[in-house]
Design a protein. Structure first.
Lengths: 160, 160
DNA sequence: TGGGATATCATGGGCGTCAATGGATGGAAG
DNA sequence: CTTCCATCCATTGACGCCCATGATATCCCA
């Protein structure tokens, strides 16, 4: 699996360290990035994080939005300037810088939530709210995902 | 056979483990996915589960619904964040995380229901209710299913 | 055809390993 | 000297691996 999946809530210890879920570390290792690329989410009181794939995506996004312009530099500054590369210690822990903690209102615990190509870090209670809201929104689309209201190809009959 | 078919009710042991029906394991092995991708059903108190095919479907869905919006993050959270990749031990058993057990109200037993391209996991009694209800509805659509009609009574493989 | 031997699968339990966490040590920087 | 940070070690609880059991279905051969 090369996607960030599931959610984990871990403790931030007295020294500000927190364990990164092992499955996330595995994904990061696979895309060959030493550490975690991390920046404040633009939309939420949370942190966006990921590995090389995320960095590439941001670069593409920048080039798309503002090719060869001054504006691009400004955007780049806003995005990259607010970012940090967090190193993972040998026990799989990171230390989240204060500036980022502030943005996400992190104190004693943090929730890692996988979003496929990247993941986010939330204060657990804020996460719950956001999650419920997202779930509700998702059910508006449920016709598309469905409980397998059987695609044509899925018509089943024979047994083994 | 590359479809999830039939119904099995198995026991959840003291350690929270449950055997995945061997025929389901065979299907999973065929589509090349180590483990079971699993998330709470949007419509029911049950779990949706499957292999690589299911993951692909979800990814496509996300790209369809919300390419590059902040909404996409929220939907990704509701989908990937609520999901788990369950590893199958060498005896063919999985451990269903508490969060998922809660959603499906699983305690001592669970029913695996094949739906073709994916399968569901139900609390046995809830499944019975759902099954009867579904059967009633099914008769309304019988015409659509044509010759391939399976009598519901035939669908049970559970040994109890 | 019947009955015993064999294979397969669901299930239970013991045990070693690993992940998450807490704490200690050593060194660099202010 | 004191603070910050990285490495290292210890503890605990969960999980994976392994083996045993029982029940069922399959096969083989007289």
């Amino acid at each position: 699996m090369d996607q960030f999946v599931s959610t984990f809530t871990n403790k931030i210890d007295a020294k500000g360290r927190i364990s990164v879920p092992v499955s996330f570390r595995t994904v990061l290792a696979k895309d060959g990035f030493e550490g975690i690329y991390c920046y404040p989410s633009l939309d939420d009181a949370a942190l966006d994080a990921g590995g090389q794939r995320l960095v590439d995506k941001i670069q593409l996004l920048l080039e798309d939005i503002a090719p060869y312009s001054d504006e691009r530099d400004h955007l780049a500054m806003a995005l990259f300037g607010a970012s940090e590369v967090l190193s993972i210690d040998q026990d799989g822990r990171i230390k989240i810088p204060e500036r980022l903690c502030d943005h996400a209102a992190l104190s004693s615990k943090a929730t890692f939530v996988g979003l496929g190509g990247k993941f986010q870090i939330w204060e657990p209670e804020k996460f719950q709210d956001q999650f419920s809201a997202g779930r509700k929104k998702l059910s508006e689309f449920k016709g598309l995902l469905g409980t397998d209201r059987r695609k044509p190809g899925d018509a089943e009959g024979a047994r083994e």
